[in-house]
Design a protein around this ligand. Structure first.
Ligand SMILES: Nc1ncnc2c1ncn2[C@@H]1O[C@H](COP(=O)(O)OP(=O)(O)OP(=O)(O)O)[C@@H](O)[C@H]1O
Ligand SMILES: [Mg+2]
Length: 369
């Protein structure tokens, strides 16, 4: 039983009338007790996936499973899911206690039991003592915690959170990211969290689904996705990167900007056109002679921890560098990088193809040494 995924989508498609499809053949597995994030730009279908999980809308095609049982026809109030909406949807005319107690009153629990459960839930989100406060007397971060208390008090198996932090300022948001992650660990409930902020997704998740235009582009741990983006969309969306067209000459050799470089990728076709990604923090500023690339510094911005330096090579390609070294605008400098810093992306690769290539790569790695 415990090996059965708590939620599974099989080839789920969603379409309204004759509009373009909103979700296009989406399949994924959500395991019990982990923190999942749906990450993607506005309109890509994140909220629609949450609504399908919660049962607020029906799939046009495909199957949705909960604990191994098909739930396509099970109504929302019969699913073991609670949702925290983006605007928290708290009841402004009820105080904190009654907001949290709402679901328990509907279930007709005894007063004593309600009191005990609400107290525990408020304690969990650090709001003990706020029971009698009016919602309008609570700050944004506190309201957010009331909304979470209202979700956990029902002891659901899954909590869905639709951009719950987007209304908060940066400092509070960072604090709440930490608190939310801690809360999930303590409760052990499965969280499905929606955001369009890649840093938030990287900081919080066990697993991220990167979505674009109704399709899951890539799923994996934050490091998987950051280090091995499957395509240009993911590379671009997850952090700043240098993305440039190139060619796979043969195993372990790529060509870009008219030069050949050693890399760690293999298993592609010889002379296959590709794109490569190099992260700005993987480019090291050095002398012209030692540099693998020769560039001119165009702009330099201090970002607190590092300088963000924008350079151009002689072909007019832009290279973004993050470095603690200060340079001067107009300097001619060299950029050095390790073979491991080059990430090769196949053009239009699907997730299955990508997984196969990674697998072949790591198998080759262990017996090839
Ligand atoms: N009831 C509806 N009827 C028609 N189209 C809809 C309906 N609900 C959503 N859509 C469309 O489905 C697409 C996906 O919407 P969805 O709300 O899932 O996006 P999202 O990823 O949550 O975006 P955001 O980050 O802006 O919240 C959008 O193009 C939206 O206009
Ligand atoms: Mg949305």
């Amino acid at each position: 039983m415990t090996n059965v995924p708590i939620i599974q989508f099989k080839h789920v498609t969603k379409q309204f009338d004759n509009d373009p499809v909103i979700l296009d053949d989406v399949s994924f597995v959500i395991e019990r007790g982990k923190f999942y994030t749906l990450l993607g730009p506005s309109g890509c279908g994140k909220t629609t996936i949450l609504r399908l999980i919660a049962g607020f809308t029906e799939a046009t095609a495909g199957e949705i499973f909960f604990n191994g049982k098909k739930v396509n026809d099970i109504p929302a109030n019969k699913r073991q899911v609670n949702t925290v909406f983006q605007d928290y949807a708290l009841f402004p005319h009820l105080n904190v206690f009654e907001n949290v107690a709402f679901g328990l009153r509907i279930k007709k629990l005894r007063n004593l039991e309600i009191e005990k459960k609400v107290k525990e839930a408020l304690q969990f989100v650090n709001l003990a003592g706020y029971e009698q406060r009016e919602i309008k007397e609570m700050s944004g971060g506190q309201r957010q915690r009331v909304a979470i208390a209202r979700a956990i008090v029902n002891e659901p198996e899954v909590i869905l959170l639709d951009e719950p932090l987007s209304a908060l300022d940066l400092k509070l948001r960072t604090e709440m990211q930490y608190e939310l992650r801690e809360l999930q660990r303590r409760l052990g409930i499965t969280f499905v969290f929606v955001t369009h902020d890649q840093e938030e997704a990287l900081a919080m998740s066990d697993e991220i689904f990167v979505i674009n235009k109704g399709k899951i582009q890539q799923s994996g741990t934050p490091t998987d996705i950051y280090d091995e983006p499957i395509n240009r969309f993911v590379a671009d969306f997850i952090g700043e990167s240098n993305i440039i067209k190139g060619k796979m000459i043969k195993d372990y050799v790529v060509e870009f900007v008219g030069k050949q470089f050693e890399c760690v990728d293999k298993g592609l076709n010889d002379n296959e056109p590709i794109e490569i990604v190099i992260r700005p923090e993987d480019l090291e500023i050095t002398t012209l002679e030692r540099g693998k690339l020769q560039v001119v510094v165009d702009t330099q911005l201090f970002r607190g921890v590092h300088y963000e330096i924008c350079c151009y090579d002689k072909d007019g390609n832009e290279w973004l560098v993050h470095s603690t070294k200060k340079v001067n605008v107009g300097d001619e400098i060299g950029l050095y990088f390790d073979p491991e810093a080059i990430h090769v992306m196949r053009l239009g690769e699907t997730e299955e193809e990508f997984d196969r290539r990674l697998e072949a790569y790591s198998v080759g790695d262990s017996d090839g040494k």
